[in-house]
Ligand binder design. Structure first.
Ligand code: SAH
Length: 362
């Protein structure tokens, strides 16, 4: 069955390419991840030791708990609105939000006022989120366009790395776009004339490109940040975005496929491995400020979590933990904050309504 679904995706891509020509890396990523019949998130259970990768909320409950404290702090900073939206983009198994709301449960006013909104494309994951978060009666959205107005707190962990990127390659004669073609019956990269101007994007980098340099852009990510930022400019709001990536725009090919905790070829077995790219936080910050919000950060995950109290919270839980739990709590904490693990590869950006005070942890 696994094999049928994989070759179904390959056949689908080959048909699409034979009909309309080589597709952009962005279209390739989008198809591989979210195609409703063959997409990765639609079929696979990506999370956990038996899955393909482990995310921060699945590593330690403390991660989601700290996000809950952060949300409560920002709700206070907004003047404790009687009704507000708590929004998560790409909630996965719902673990972050259920840990966050467990700690917030001690605050009846916060719980009574919150409207929980989840932005998720995978029906399979929506069902898992439904079980994890039923008591908070969430509303699901396919994208951010249907989110309601009003004071808002947005959280997203490892969401932007899954959004499509375009890859541009510098040649002696300027920039071309990398596309996915079928060559001798196999998927292969090819170069194609650019369909959009690139100057504004590349001007974010600090050096002139050399032949072969790759520059990645994610118009979809920038559009989401820009829409949230302009919303925060007219309505009260805080947004928190955590992901792996770089603080400043630069050159490099970061498209990667991961299957069973190991890197795979990005063009092999489409739809069967997770496909991500590093997030360009420089570009996201610029999109946010251009749209009228204030961008805070970009901070290293280790700094951010320490400021929020990861050590204190882990110690407090450790005091009542069994020996097994103690090992898990400490190794989880280390994984999240050690520089050779997730501590410095992962970055944190906050975007904020300019009339509101700086967010906690920045
Ligand atoms: N935040 C979770 C899951 C990260 S995986 C965690 O930290 O564990 C990425 C999540 O984003 C998945 O839930 C996936 O289904 C969702 N997703 C991917 N592309 C999306 C898109 N274009 N729109 C909405 N959700 C998307």
């Amino acid at each position: 069955m696994e094999k049928n679904h994989m070759s179904g995706m390959l056949d689908h891509l080959k048909t699409r390419i034979s009909q309309s020509g080589a597709i952009t890396v962005a279209d390739y990523m989008f198809e591989c991840l979210t195609n409703p019949e063959h997409g990765y998130y639609v079929h696979n259970e990506p999370f956990g030791i038996f899955g393909d990768f482990v995310t921060a909320p699945e590593i330690s409950q403390v991660f989601g708990e700290l996000m809950g404290l952060w949300a409560v702090h920002q709700w206070h900073a907004m003047g404790k609105p009687k009704l507000f939206n708590l929004i998560e983009l790409g909630p996965g198994r719902g673990t972050l939000m259920s840990d966050a709301l467990r700690v917030a449960n001690g605050l009846p006013e916060f719980i009574a006022g919150l409207n929980l909104h989840l932005v998720e494309t995978s029906h399979r994951l929506c069902n898992i989120q439904k079980q994890a978060l039923a008591q908070f009666k969430p509303t699901w959205h396919n994208d951010i366009s249907s989110l309601p107005d009003g004071p808002t707190i947005v959280i997203a962990n490892e969401f932007f790395d899954a959004l499509p990127i375009h890859q541009l390659e510098y040649t002696g004669n300027g920039w071309l776009e990398r596309r996915v073609a079928v060559i001798h019956g196999q998927l292969a990269f090819t170069l194609w004339p650019l369909q959009f101007p690139i100057d504004a994007h590349v001007s974010l980098t600090s050096r002139q490109p050399s032949v072969g340099d790759i520059f990645e852009i994610s118009p979809e990510s920038c559009k989401i940040i820009s829409e949230l930022a302009s919303r925060f400019n007219s309505q009260s709001g805080y947004g928190l975005f955590i992901d792996y990536g770089h603080s400043r725009s630069g050159y490099g090919d970061t498209l990667q496929a991961v299957k069973a905790h190991a890197y795979a070829d990005v063009l092999m077995n489409p739809g069967d491995s997770d496909l991500t790219a590093h997030v360009d936080f420089g570009a996201l910050s610029k999109a946010a400020t251009t749209a009228g919000a204030i961008a805070y950060g970009v901070k290293l995950q280790s700094q951010f979590l320490k400021l929020l109290g990861i050590n204190e919270r882990t110690d407090a839980l450790s005091a009542q933990a069994t020996p097994d739990q103690l090992v898990q709590l400490n190794s989880g904490r280390d994984r999240l904050i050690m520089d050779d693990q997730m501590g410095s590869l992962f970055k944190v950006l906050a975007i904020v309504d300019p009339d509101l005070p700086p967010p906690s942890g920045f």
